[in-house]
Design a protein around this ligand. Structure first.
Ligand SMILES: Cc1cc2nc3c(=O)[nH]c(=O)nc-3n(C[C@H](O)[C@H](O)[C@H](O)COP(=O)(O)OP(=O)(O)OC[C@H]3O[C@@H](n4cnc5c(N)ncnc54)[C@H](O)[C@@H]3O)c2cc1C
Length: 374
């Protein structure tokens, strides 16, 4: 069985499920067609507490556990992955290092409003020549008096076109380091949004640094702590991405099941044909299994017993499984699975993000094998 949820976890799940059904899913179609970021809904995600779930009450958060965060993310993704993914980046990656190692001034000025959904934070790791191989990040942060000057190019940065602040990984003499840079800093420019196959309302851009100057107080953590930071942030983002994948898979299954009951061919509902029943059974099994793996990884994190391997397993398994479920849903709908009048084509386009973001399946499997000593 899936296992018991606590009263708090059930409450979180109900709150986000209700929001997702009432406001998120209905907004998805129009926004996605126009590639428009849903600013108002994003703010509401903040009002519901999603961005503060990892942070203490003193900063406006709720210090919820990982499983509760996953349940909320799953429900948001069931409604619309663009909103869920942009929200996840804010709740986890875009704000974590400001919280973890930022000054009281950064907490007050950036983190607290970000938790409310009033400011937007991003994380800039990926570069044109540093995707899976983040240790080869080439962006430089050179000492300049009592500060640093950043030079380099980042790419695939979620929420960059609308961001208020950027956590940037750059090379310093002491190794890889992290800096928090305000939007509008001279020398920082954001490129045009990248035209994407899916998640069209979650804006993604290149970010250019041409001698952008930041005071030393904007370095979060020590010089050279960047590699440790990457190792710290990747496991949680992977388990929450697994939850996003489960959410999209559930939406695809629900759409396929509805369609199978409604659509008639050869004088009966197609859901009465064994071929369709088998697909629905396979999809339900995939969702059951990926839910188990995702929740197990989240629970291990909450018990302080998780590892890079268990987090990698959750994302690798759930994202591949969700892709199969979305593909099967499209087959059940046949021509209507190819039509923008139904959401299934969007699920199939969007879900591919869960394979890539936070590490490709190949890199995750290598991480699992490494932990096994293989
Ligand atoms: C929608 C979207 C949003 C994103 N948001 C952000 C963001 O906000 N911030 C950010 O920093 N990044 C972000 N990313 C970037 C993402 O994390 C990277 O795209 C991802 O890590 C993979 O890097 P890459 O695309 O350069 O692929 P590459 O590293 O070039 O990989 C290409 C292929 O080679 C394989 N490969 C590479 N190395 C090995 C190896 N050693 N062994 C076996 N196979 C290997 C990969 O698995 C893959 O199949 C985002 C990406 C997307 C698509």
């Amino acid at each position: 069985m899936i296992g018991d949820l606590t009263e708090v976890q059930l409450q979180v799940q109900r709150t986000f499920a209700d929001f997702s059904d009432r406001e998120v899913a209905p907004a998805a179609i129009e926004h996605d067609a126009e590639g428009r970021f849903p600013r108002e809904l994003f703010r509401k995600v903040g009002e519901l507490g999603f961005f503060g779930m990892r942070y203490p009450e003193s900063l406006g958060g709720s210090q919820a556990d990982t499983l509760a965060l996953c349940l909320a993310a799953e429900e948001l993704a069931r409604g619309w992955l663009s909103l869920a993914a942009s929200s996840m980046m804010q709740a986890i990656m875009g704000t974590w290092f400001v919280y973890r190692s930022g000054s009281a001034e950064l907490h007050e000025r950036l983190l607290v409003p970000a938790i409310r959904g009033e400011k937007l934070g991003t994380i800039c790791m990926t570069e044109p020549d540093a995707g899976s191989d983040l240790k080869s990040i080439a962006t430089r942060a050179e000492r300049d008096g009592d500060g640093y000057r950043l030079t380099g190019k980042k790419t695939w940065i979620t929420n960059a076109p609308i961001a208020d602040f950027f956590t940037v990984f750059a090379r310093t003499p002491g190794g890889l380091s992290a800096f928090v840079v305000d939007a509008g800093t001279p020398g920082l420019t954001v490129g045009r949004p990248i035209a994407k196959m899916g998640m069209r309302s979650s804006p993604t851009s290149e970010v250019f640094f041409e001698g952008a100057r930041v005071p030393a107080s904007r370095r979060v953590g020590e010089e050279g702590q960047g590699v440790e930071f990457l190792g710290e942030i990747l496991p949680p983002i992977r388990t929450v991405t697994a939850a996003l994948a489960v959410g999209v898979a559930r939406a695809a299954f629900a759409a396929a099941r509805r369609y199978a009951a409604d659509r008639k061919q050869f004088g009966k509902a197609i859901g009465e044909f064994q071929a369709i029943k088998l697909k629905l059974a396979d999809m339900a099994t995939e969702i059951f299994a990926s839910t188990q793996v995702m929740r197990a990884a989240a629970r291990l994190a909450d018990e302080g017993a998780s590892s890079a391997g268990t987090a990698a397993m959750s994302k690798s398994f759930a994202s591949e499984s969700a892709l199969r479920v979305c593909e099967d849903a499209a087959r059940v709908l046949a021509s209507y699975g190819y039509s923008t009048d139904y959401p299934v084509e969007r699920y199939l386009r969007d879900v591919r993000f869960t394979l890539i973001g936070g590490g490709t399946p190949e890199m995750l499997k290598l991480a699992i094998a490494k932990e096994l000593g293989c």
